[in-house]
Ligand binder design. Structure first.
Ligand code: AR6
Length: 175
């Protein structure tokens, strides 16, 4: 069955999916934005587990349990800081999506939700980041038979609009 890929507006910590993705920093020891929200909702045991992981490079991903979250797992990935777009940002962001999907699939996840990685504190323009997110996920899911659902979890109505337009544009294109 083809993977269902869709967008919604929500607080990602409330979603009952197998894995949620955290837009973390390379220390994996928490921060602001979605990272802070996830650590608050998951509880202090998440930080204890993260301390054992030894950090994470930009474009890579590491897995923890979901602790107090409805999600079973958290995939922590580190997006690129936007520095104008000429410093490998698109390839690093693409890698975040690909590595996160692979790690979730390897751990038996059938559903996964992504926040809009790098588009908050890290300053990646939403339109450009969403293009990378949607095209990467669409291309990659074919390689993961077990993935049934991928959610783009948008925090604002404006972000949701961007993702929905890109998702629908793809669907409407002639073959
Ligand atoms: N649910 C869903 N999306 C959210 C939530 C939430 N609860 N909270 C914020 N967002 P950001 P980054 C959205 O800044 O740009 C942290 O300090 C937010 O509106 O969380 O990758 C880390 O530790 C935006 O659309 O992540 C790093 O230091 C998106 O999540 C740094 O920020 C990403 O914004 C990472 O920066």
């Amino acid at each position: 069955m083809p993977t269902r890929i869709h967008a919604l507006q929500a607080d990602i910590t409330t979603l009952s999916v197998d894995a949620i993705v955290n837009a973390a920093n390379s220390s994996l020891l928490g921060g602001g934005g979605v990272d802070g929200a996830i650590h608050r909702a998951a509880g202090p045991d998440l930080l204890h587990e993260c301390r054992l992981l030894g950090g994470c490079k930009t474009g890579e991903a590491k897995l923890t349990k979901g602790h107090r979250l409805p999600a079973k797992f958290i995939v922590h990935t580190v997006g690129p800081v936007w520095r104008g777009g000429e410093h490998g940002e698109p390839a690093l962001l693409q890698s975040c999506y690909e590595k996160s999907l692979a790690l979730a699939a390897q751990n038996g996840c059938r559903s996964i939700a992504f926040p809009s990685i790098s588009t908050g504190i890290y300053g990646y323009p939403i339109e450009l980041a969403a293009q990378v997110a949607v095209s990467t996920v669409k291309a990659a899911v074919a390689g993961f038979d077990s993935l049934e659902e991928v959610v783009f979890c948008c925090f604002s109505a404006g972000d949701l609009h961007v993702y929905e337009r890109l998702l629908n544009a793809g669907a409407a294109q002639p073959r």
